[in-house]
Design a binder for this molecule. Structure first.
Ligand code: UDP
Length: 325
């Protein structure tokens, strides 16, 4: 059993990971400033409402708990917003991470699992994308994550910090056992928007159908949030066993077009999805699919959800339960 600090643990992926850690017998404390996350996502008694820039409160928490490792999710995540508010993204995502790393150093905590993103690749030359593909973020969000990856690389060399950065592809779905799910405000992600279109009858806009893909719509690699949470636990175990600093793609390696996601949602829910085709969204890459062989081989990770329909179905269950709570 390890003592783990989860930052951003009131958010979508962090909360799923915190619950899985608890199920696997670890002791978990969550830090979240609730600027985006929800207290109801965190099991009672484990939430500390602290912003990462508040060094005094973080210090007090580290003094009370002897953490073996940190899993660091807390960050701003909206690509479009990052284009408009770049300073805030760098201050929050880079500055917040640095503040956390300084406290970790003071308390001798030398292992961290970091939430990175496929956005570090920008427009890839080819897919599936291996980890050693060129890193050319197209927006401040992706750049802020890449900056933290680089800081982690330097801290390995200068102070023996060991880290795993997981570059997420498209997280989706919900774990039915936990009763939590995706609740971004405002929601910008495809699957929750499709489900809301079904429920409200308001059509969703497909962002472009003139991409060089079989049906003209963008291809993404959708990974179920429970499988993503499991990747964090595997990464933690790897670091606890003495594993070296490394970077892994976290995706299934299978891509779906936006229209295929819509069809999968129709099958999963038995309801038609109202949609219309609009212009491209600025900053979207045509195809983003992970080469996830490194995660599978090195960390022994294997996704439980292979079917997109099952992933959407779990999101649909959550969307319905959310409406009746
Ligand atoms: N998308 C869309 N309409 C929407 C939201 C998203 O067509 O209302 C498309 C988007 O262009 C991308 C895919 O769905 O190709 C996934 O987008 P999302 O914002 O969920 O994740 P991202 O790939 O940006 O991380």
């Amino acid at each position: 059993m390890a003592s783990i600090l989860v930052t951003g643990g009131a958010g979508y992926i962090g909360a799923h990971t915190a619950r899985l850690l608890l199920e696997e017998g670890h002791d978990v404390q969550v830090v979240d400033d609730l600027s985006k996350g929800y207290a109801h996502n965190v099991p009672k008694g484990r939430l500390h409402i602290i912003n990462l820039h508040d060094a005094a409160s973080l210090d007090a928490l580290f003094a009370r708990h002897r953490f073996d490792a940190v899993i660091h999710f807390a960050a701003l995540i909206a690509v479009g917003e990052s284009m408009r508010e770049a300073e805030r993204y760098f201050r929050n995502n880079v500055g917040g991470s640095l503040a956390l790393l300084e406290v970790m150093r003071r308390y001798g905590v030398r292992r961290i699992v970091f939430s990175s993103t496929a956005a570090v690749y920008g427009d890839p030359d080819s897919t599936p994308i291996p980890e050693d593909a060129p890193l050319r973020p197209k927006n401040p969000y992706g750049e802020s994550k890449l900056m933290v990856e680089k800081i982690l690389g330097w801290l390995d060399r200068t102070s023996g910090l060991r880290s795993v950065s997981l570059r997420y592809f498209n997280a989706c779905g919900a774990e039915p056992r936990y009763g939590i799910g995706e609740e971004h405000q405002p929601e910008t992600h495809l699957i929750p928007l499709i489900l809301r279109a079904i429920l409200t009858g308001e059509p969703i806009t497909v962002f472009g159908d003139d991409y060089p893909t079989p049906d003209g719509t963008c291809i993404r690699d959708y990974i179920h949030v429970s499988d993503l949470a499991a990747a964090h636990v595997r990464a933690l175990e790897y670091l606890m066993a003495g594993g070296a600093t490394d970077v892994f793609n976290a995706g299934t390696g299978r891509g779906y077009t936006v229209l295929e996601v819509i069809r999968a949602a129709e099958r999963a829910t038995g309801r038609p999805v109202p949609f219309r085709v609009g212009p491209r969204r600025e900053g979207d890459a045509a195809v983003l699919v992970a080469d996830s062989s490194k995660l599978r081989k090195t960390l022994g990770w294997q996704p439980q959800y292979e079917s997109l329909e099952a992933m959407v179905e779990s999101a649909w269950q959550f969307e319905n339960s959310r409406r009746t709570r």
